[in-house]
Design a protein around this ligand. Structure first.
Ligand SMILES: Cc1ncc(COP(=O)(O)O)c(C=O)c1O
Length: 408
């Protein structure tokens, strides 16, 4: 079994080690929940304060033009584009993942008139399924059908308008074959929409190379944009050229928002997917976290992520009552490790008390996210050691660890 000293030796030659100081993490914490809410970049409070005090407080309304507020959704989209393998004019930052899925899925159904089925993964993050239900309810005769990714091909008939899948499964951390699935969906005449919430910033995402039609994703997980930070959406250029129609036709998507015309005339390009005034404080926090991402080499992030998840799996498999739910094959693994344990909830709470922060998804999954920019091999070794001690001591059986909060 690998020792802590061997982990320290790996840390000493880690090409990403210098990024750790870019994050303001509390002492004594091993943070393994960056797949849910990323850590605070050290530069973010200063940037947000600057926007509040200078751009808003001092410059007031002038900042829409002078501080570039109006262009911010595009600028941030251009900076996210390389992280998802897209062109700069195919991405815009706005709203939330759910709202953006509503917009692109509706646009997709309109691009496939006569087709009425939307396929989704029944085990996907439920908001995607709820939005698919909501969208199909607006189209006469349309329906949303839930399948497993393995069953997908059998359901790809001439009625399927669009398929919505998560690139990485939020529970198990399983990574799907984006190019292969996209090709099969498109061969059946349907459009492919990827939810990249759990892959953006966790691994190189190649939407362009895969030929994806649309994508949506959030920025508060691996991108460290902060709680509730704005999401993004991606539309392939070939669809933008066709003038897709999204349903939330607000003034920010209008060709001339400050002409205040009574009729809606959508912008050309990705801007037609905007709806409202951007939430600039959230966007300021995201902007500062993208300053960090700009310097990160995604291939190095992926290599370290696989090394850290391999290490954790090796150290914890075989612990009492633990079953590894995450695929062992690198090609099928995102950047989290999910462990099944019949009493996963109190075990995670006992770990949190010891400073190792993971989370829990019912009924029995303990989730641990591995964020290469701010985690070291020794952190992983320490976390595995704490888990072993929690299980061995049985301290998780204490009644207080079973009390549940709203958010697990
Ligand atoms: C895969 C996935 N999609 C969508 C969402 C929800 O995003 P939002 O709250 O921005 O609508 C989440 C949230 O964790 C998620 O994990």
């Amino acid at each position: 079994m690998i020792t802590r000293e061997e982990c320290a030796a790996l840390d000493a030659v880690d090409p990403l080690a210098a990024f750790r100081k870019e994050f303001a993490l509390p002492d004594g914490v091993v943070y393994l929940d960056g797949n849910s809410l990323g850590a605070l970049p050290a530069r973010t409070p200063g940037r947000v304060r600057q926007v509040v005090e200078e751009e808003w407080g001092r410059e007031l309304i002038r900042s829409w033009n002078e501080a570039g507020w109006f262009e911010q959704p595009y600028r941030l989209g251009q900076r996210i584009a390389p992280l998802i393998g897209a062109e700069p004019d195919e991405v815009v930052v706005c709203d939330t993942t759910s709202v953006n899925l509503f917009k692109v899925l509706t646009a997709a159904l309109r691009l496939r008139p006569g087709r009425r089925t939307v396929l989704g993964d029944g085990a996907a993050f439920p908001t995607d399924l709820y939005i698919a239900e909501g969208v199909t309810a607006l189209f006469e005769g349309a329906r949303s059908v839930l399948v497993t990714p393995e069953e997908l091909d059998r359901h790809l008939d001439g009625d399927v308008a669009a398929v919505v899948l998560s690139h990485v499964d939020y529970r198990t951390g399983e990574l799907l074959d984006m190019p292969g699935i996209t090709a099969r969906v498109q061969a059946a005449g349907a459009l492919m929409i990827w939810d990249v919430c759990h892959s953006v910033g966790a691994l190189p995402v190649e939407l362009g190379a895969a030929g994806a039609d649309f994508a949506v994703g959030c920025t508060y997980k691996y991108l460290n944009g902060g709680p509730g930070s704005p999401a993004f959406l991606h539309v392939a250029r070939r669809h933008l050229a066709a003038g897709p129609q999204q349903p939330l036709s607000g003034w920010f998507g209008h060709a001339r928002p400050f002409a205040f015309e009574p009729g809606y005339d959508p912008k050309d390009g990705i801007g037609r997917f905007l709806t409202s005034s951007p939430s600039l404080l959230g966007q300021a926090a995201l902007e500062s976290s993208l300053d960090v991402w700009e310097r990160a080499d995604l291939a190095a992030v992926r290599a370290k992520s696989l090394a850290l998840t391999d290490l954790f799996i090796t150290l914890v498999e075989g612990l009492d009552g633990i079953e590894v739910a995450t695929p062992r094959e690198h090609a099928r693994r995102g950047s989290q490790v999910a462990l099944r344990h019949a009493d996963g909830y109190p075990v995670v709470q006992a770990l949190i008390e010891r400073g190792v922060i993971g989370d829990f998804r019912a009924p029995d999954l303990m989730r641990f996210g591995f964020t290469p920019l701010y985690l070291s091999h020794t952190d992983v070794w320490d976390a595995a050691q704490q888990l072993a001690e929690v299980l061995e001591s049985g301290e998780w059986r204490e009644e207080r660890f079973s009390r549940r909060g709203e958010v697990t």
